[in-house]
Design a protein around this ligand. Structure first.
Ligand code: F6R
Length: 297
């Protein structure tokens, strides 16, 4: 069970996908504030992964204390060394992202994703659910992330600033993604709300047709996380549904993706990466977009 709040909860969702895929283990991701007040079924032998930048979030801390009393093992993924959650956990890994000074958790989020990936890889190796080749491939993929992030910062900032200026007057934004990028859509929307005070919602792209599509018109920018992954064709058809209703599509795309580039009004490009690693890249343009819209407003 992964327990967290806010941005850390979004990292937990990515962790769920990673651990289920690589380790073939059931994972539930819980809002600490709900987990704390209801009466969850916890058995000794259950492992609770607590994710927290500050290590002091009260709902997360109390949820963990309750679970610990019921015999669960607590594994902390915490940024602040020596914080309350770090001290009460049985085991854990610090993210060592450095202090988060602003209100928005950004580098702590990407560091949480890295720790979750390493955790899933090690657990998969121990459980024998990953081949040595795939293990090595993913370690190399993780190793390549800093250079790929540097590429985004170097080559995409201007484009993102221009997008920010273009959509500065929007009252609402919708963020859509599938698979590993569904949590990234949620995180992109949260960052925009926090930093620019614009209303934004994140949704699984396919779920959009079950209600939110009613809101789509020429006033609504819809941000798709549409990088090349096994869902690419499906996300293209979701983009076409939005365009058919005159929504304005902004997309995060993989370098060289002409299909989505031709459909969208604006794109932010990221380098290609393995699907399991790509959330680490696709979140960066969304963090920058929120920042530059905030600055522009
Ligand atoms: C978003 C943000 C919050 C925190 C949440 C949990 O940018 O900062 O959503 O993620 O309050 O805080 P931590 O991770 O310190 O437990």
């Amino acid at each position: 069970v992964i327990v967290a709040c806010g941005t850390s909860w979004h990292a937990g969702l990515v962790g769920e996908y990673l651990i289920e895929e690589l380790c073939r283990l059931n994972v539930e991701v819980e809002y600490a504030s709900e987990f704390r007040y209801r009466n969850p079924v916890i058995s000794s032998g259950d492992v609770i992964i607590a994710i927290s930048q500050s290590g002091e979030t009260a709902d997360t801390l109390v949820a963990l204390e309750n679970a610990k009393k019921q015999g669960a093992t607590i594994f902390g993924i915490v940024n602040v060394v020596g914080s309350s959650i770090a001290r009460m956990a049985h085991a854990g890994a610090y993210t060592h992202a450095g202090p988060e000074i602003g209100v928005a958790s950004t580098k702590a989020f990407t560091a949480q994703l890295v720790v979750l990936h390493l955790f899933a890889l090690k657990l998969a190796e121990l459980r024998g659910t990953i081949t040595p080749e795939r293990f090595r491939e993913l370690v190399h993929e993780l190793d390549a992330v800093p250079d790929k992030v540097a590429w985004i910062l170097q080559h995409q900032e201007e484009a993102i600033q221009a997008i920010a200026r273009r959509y500065i007057d929007a009252h609402d934004f919708l963020y859509l993604g599938r698979g590993y990028h569904f949590p990234i859509a949620l995180e992109g929307a949260l960052k925009l709300k926090e930093i620019s005070y614009i209303h934004a919602e994140g949704y699984p792209a396919a779920e959009m047709k079950h209600g939110p599509i009613a809101l789509v018109d020429e006033q609504l920018p819809v941000v798709f996380v549409a990088t090349r992954d096994p869902y690419h064709e499906k996300i293209v058809s979701n983009i076409q549904e939005i365009i058919a209703r005159k929504g304005k599509v902004i997309a995060v795309v993989t370098e060289g993706d002409q299909v989505v580039t031709d459909l969208a009004e604006a794109v932010m490009t990221v380098p290609a990466a393995d699907e399991t690693v790509s959330p680490l890249l696709s979140v960066i343009p969304l963090q920058l977009l929120a920042y530059y819209i905030g600055v522009a407003r």
